[in-house]
Design a binder for this molecule. Sequence first.
Ligand code: PSV
Ligand code: MN
Length: 388
Amino acid sequence: MTDPGTVAAALRRQAIELPSWAFGNSGTRFKVFSRSGVPRTPREKIADAAQVHRFTGIAPRVALHIPWDAVDDYAALAAHARELGVGIGAINANVFQDDDYMLGSVAHPDPRVRRKALDHLLECVDVMDATGSTDLKLWFADGTNYPGQDDVRARQDRLAEALAAVRDRLGAGQRILLEYKLFEPAFYTTDVPDWGTAYAHCRDLGDRAQVVVDTGHHAPGTNIEFIVAFLMREGKLGGFDFNSRFYADDDLMAGAADPFQLFRIMYEVVRGGGLDPAAGIAFMLDQCHNIEPKIPGQIRSVLNVQEATAKALLVDSAALAAAQAAGDVLGANGVLMDAYATDVRPLLAGLRADQGLDPDPMAAFARSGYQERIDAERVGGTPAGWGA
Ligand code: PSV
Ligand code: MN
C-alpha cells in the first residue's frame, strides 16, 4: 500500500485555483438568476475566493478574466488578494464578447479585428506583469458556422501568427496556456477544437506554451485521461479547467456527474508526477453556479478534486505494475478500483485537523456567518454576472 505519510505530504502541497467568475451571477442563455450577496467588484470576488481557501486550505489562487475583472490598478488588486491570503492565478483573455468578434478574433478575416484582438491579448500580459501572474489562459470562440464561410486553413495561419506575437511578448517565467473546445459558439468548424490542434500550436510555439484541458470541452465518451497521459508524456500539459458535464460545456461542479472520471484523470496526473509543483500543472476550476450558492459550490468542487486526488494517491503502484507486467487484467483493474472504492473522507478530515482547519469545510463555512454578512452588506451596486 502507498505510504500514508507520502499521501498526506502530496495532499498538503496541492493547490487548486478558483475562477473569479464563479462568484458572480450566472445562468444559461435562457436566464441568469440573481442571488443576494453576490460580489459587485473584482475585490469582492477575491474576498469570496479567499473564504474558499480559508476553509479548505488548498485554494490559494484566484484566476481573473479580463475585462470582467478590469480595474484601474492591477498591482493594488494583487496586493488586496495578498492581504486576504491568496494570490492571482491565470489571466484569462476575453476576445469573444465584442460585436467586432462576430466572425472571430485572432482568426478573423479582417486584419483590423485581428489587431484589436491581439492588442487585448498583449494587454493581458501587461496585467500579468502588474499582478505577478505567470499564466495567460487563451480560449478562442473563433470558428465558422457554414461550409465555405471562411478559409479554414488561412484561419490556422492567422491564429498561429497571433500566438507567436503573444509568445514573443511574454516576460520571464510567463507562459501561454492554450485551451481547446470541441464546439460552441461556432458549430461548423472551431479553430482550436481539440487537444491535437492545441498541441500542434503549442509545439510550434516552443517551451512557453502548453495545453489546457477543460474537462467539459470534449465529445461525449472521450477518454480524457488518455489525453492527460499523452500531453504529460510530451511535457505539454499546462493545466486543467475542471468542471463537470452531462451533455456539453455544462460548467457544473467538478466531480459532480462523474467522480470516477475525475479519479481516472487524477490517477494519470499522479502517475506522471504532475502533483509536483515543478511539473507546472495548474489545477484550475472553470465553473459557474447557476442554481446553487456560489461559495459553498466552490468549496464542494475543491473537496471533490481533493478526494479524487487522495484516491489516486492511494493506488498501490507496485501492485499495479506487477499485475500489468503479468498481464493480469482483472488484478490490475482491481488495484485501481480498490483505491477508488476507499472512503478518503476520514483521511482528509484528519489532514485538515492537523493543519488547524475545520475537518468539515462545508459546515464550517455555513457556521461562519460570512454569507449572512455579505447578504446584508452587498446592497446596491451592480452584481457581477456572466458577461458583466
Ligand atoms: C469557454 O467555454 C471557457 O471554458 C473558457 O475557459 C472561458 O474563458 C471560460 O469558459 C469562461 O466562461
Ligand atoms: Mn475553460
